[in-house]
Design a protein. Structure first.
Length: 317
């Protein structure tokens, strides 16, 4: 079967909404890709157009549970935990966005099964994983800046530290500077994993196994960093935590919070596998910060080069 024989491809190219045979046509196209060992580069735009449709609420509402199952089943082994998309779907560690999937993204991990590796190559080509990888250099900049602003000793809090890969990459570049990082994560497996990744820097890091809701520090911080956490919080929880973090800041300190933006082109792909985030606009982030008592000149929003991962920057000076 060739993609040309599938009317769905014409629908996707033309930007029209799919017709009533959408489920079977989508499943057929996915099966076609599976049978040829995964998508090649030339398949990416059509596959992405198809997957993007899943972020359209009006389309999602038309698809029954059974039809979802049919589409998901058409991936076969490509939706097992041997692939990253399958890991996202099955959540073998019990929750979305666990430290292992984030580290698979950072390290461009590919399935050991050659029949499935192309699915991981497709996954890594998406803009959302690229935005996650871009967080590493953004964190490096933040730590670098903080260490210059507080040269005697910079005190940093990393909330939901996950695999620790971003910290490791930053400390490798910065060297044994006078930087001390407290890491909080609720998953002991993430902490053990991060300890092994960051083993060269353990004197500079303290790991705290806690849920952020129950974390009360024994010191205050020059930089409070959190990426991959607040986009799982609704507005009410978002604000509750920010208000608490504000009390943990040293004078002249800042809070930097990552949150995926509303223009995430990989949203449909992620949501197909129930990796649901709360996407926010820069204005919405500013509004939430304002509600937490920050004045407009204490609030800034930046972004990584893809423009997908936004960073809300809050200062107390
Ligand atoms: C998406 S990863 C982000 C990791 C890291 N910040 C990064 O960007 O590489 C999310 C991490 O947050 C942790 N986490 C989720 N909810 C948490 C909570 N309420 N308290 C502490 N850690 C939490 C998870 O255990 C996981 O390791």
């Amino acid at each position: 079967m060739s993609t040309k024989s599938i009317p769905l491809s014409e629908v996707l190219k033309s930007g029209l909404l799919p017709g009533k045979n959408f489920t079977s046509e989508a499943s057929e196209y996915i099966t076609f890709l599976v049978n040829k060992g995964g998508p090649d580069r030339q398949d990416y735009s059509l596959l992405s157009a198809l997957l993007n449709l899943f972020s359209d609420t009006s389309i999602r509402e038309q698809i029954s549970q059974n039809e979802w199952k049919q589409i998901q089943n058409s991936f076969g082994e490509a939706l097992s935990i041997q692939t990253i998309q399958g890991w996202a779907f099955h959540k073998p560690l019990g929750y979305a966005g666990d430290f292992r999937i984030i580290d698979k993204i950072y390290t461009y991990e590919e399935s050991a099964n050659p029949q499935l590796a192309k699915w991981d190559q497709y996954f890594h080509s998406q803009k959302a994983p690229q935005a996650v990888r871009n967080r590493q250099s953004y964190l490096l900049e933040q730590i670098w800046q903080t260490s210059h602003e507080h040269p005697a000793m910079s005190s940093i809090l990393n909330l939901a530290s996950g695999p620790g890969r971003d910290m490791h990459e930053a400390l490798k570049v910065i060297g044994p500077a006078k930087v001390f990082i407290d890491c909080v994560d609720q998953d002991i497996r993430a902490i053990d994993y991060a300890k092994s990744i960051c083993q060269d820097f353990l004197p500079q890091i303290r790991f705290i196994h806690k849920n952020v809701f129950r974390f009360t520090p024994d010191k205050s911080y020059d930089l409070i960093w959190s990426a991959g956490l607040f986009d799982y919080f609704n507005d009410q929880i978002f604000k509750r935590i920010i208000k608490r973090l504000k009390t943990f800041l040293n004078p002249g300190g800042k809070i930097v919070i990552g949150n995926f933006s509303e223009n995430n082109p990989s949203r449909g792909y992620m949501e197909l596998f129930h990796w649901n985030l709360i996407h926010r606009s820069p204005e919405h982030l500013q509004h939430l910060a304002h509600d937490c008592g920050f004045t407009m000149n204490q609030i800034r929003v930046e972004q990584e080069p893809e423009g997908i991962n936004l960073f809300l920057i809050l200062s107390n000076s």
